[in-house]
Design a protein around this ligand. Structure first.
Ligand SMILES: C[S@@+](CC[C@H](N)C(=O)[O-])C[C@H]1O[C@@H](n2cnc3c(N)ncnc32)[C@H](O)[C@@H]1O
Length: 226
């Protein structure tokens, strides 16, 4: 592994806002914060919002600035990406932020039933050849349903036609409650939109910047799965 990555990983071990539970199937079920994120980490009873596949966590830190009375957790398997968001949160003293280095496939291992209020999926891998691995596939939505409160929201922001089309199809097939859906987010925002919501929808992740530079159109939808 590159020296720089090793240095980052070592530095991150000392940070109190990053959790790297074991991936070992025999012991990963003993994650101590499961059901206790509010009482033992955030020390408040505010809602919990996840950014799944957060990369550098632009939505995690961006939303945390807008909503100091909500708690935000970025989840990704790649440590070097989480490093960027976690460092920003420490430098800016964002105490309502944490990062979890883990596989979303085992998300129920890290959160209790109904512990989560909202989920953001930001520029998730479209997985063109492996539909079951898409983060909006039935398999993943069933996992989210376990940890998400009733009435909890799922947001998806993406450049990918494949992912957006298949998500739209899943919403229809399983009768999820669709709240918003646009194939061209920035063109479709109404003039009188709440300024905070406008700013939130304009948060640009690392991948959004890459895709926009190539001319991709950004899509967005939000829905309930209960
Ligand atoms: C295309 S990147 C997007 C990153 C970031 N959200 C952005 O917009 O810049 C997808 C991210 O999802 C993470 N990811 C994909 N599948 C995952 C899984 N099953 N468990 C954990 N992380 C996953 C990858 O490591 C990667 O950082």
């Amino acid at each position: 592994m590159a020296k720089n990555k090793l240095r980052k990983f070592a530095e991150m071990k000392a940070w109190n806002n990053v959790f790297e539970p074991t991936l070992d199937p025999d012991t990963r079920h003993d994650f101590p914060l499961k059901g206790k994120w509010r009482s033992n980490y955030f020390k408040n009873d505010h809602p919990i919002v996840l950014e799944l596949g957060c990369g550098k966590g632009e939505y995690t830190t961006g939303l945390a600035r807008h909503y100091p009375k909500r708690n935000f957790i970025g989840v990704d398997i790649k440590g070097a990406r989480i490093f960027v968001g976690a460092k920003e949160a420490l430098d800016d003293e964002l105490t309502n932020v944490a990062f979890l280095r883990a596989k979303i496939d085992f998300i129920e291992t890290y959160f209790d039933a109904g512990e989560v209020d909202e989920i953001w999926l930001t520029f998730s891998d479209p997985q063109p050849a492996k539909p079951r691995k898409r983060l909006t596939s039935e398999q993943f939505i069933n996992r989210y349903r376990t940890i998400l409160k009733k009435e909890g929201l799922v947001h998806l922001k993406t450049d990918s036609d494949v992912l957006f089309e298949s998500t739209e199809a899943e919403i229809k097939e399983h009768s999820y409650q669709l709240l918003e859906l646009t194939w061209d987010l920035y063109k479709s925002l109404p003039e009188d939109l709440d300024p905070t919501i406008r700013e939130i929808l304009h948060i640009k992740t690392h991948y959004e910047q890459l895709f926009t530079a190539k001319g991709s159109v950004i899509k967005y939808c939000s829905f309930r799965i209960h």
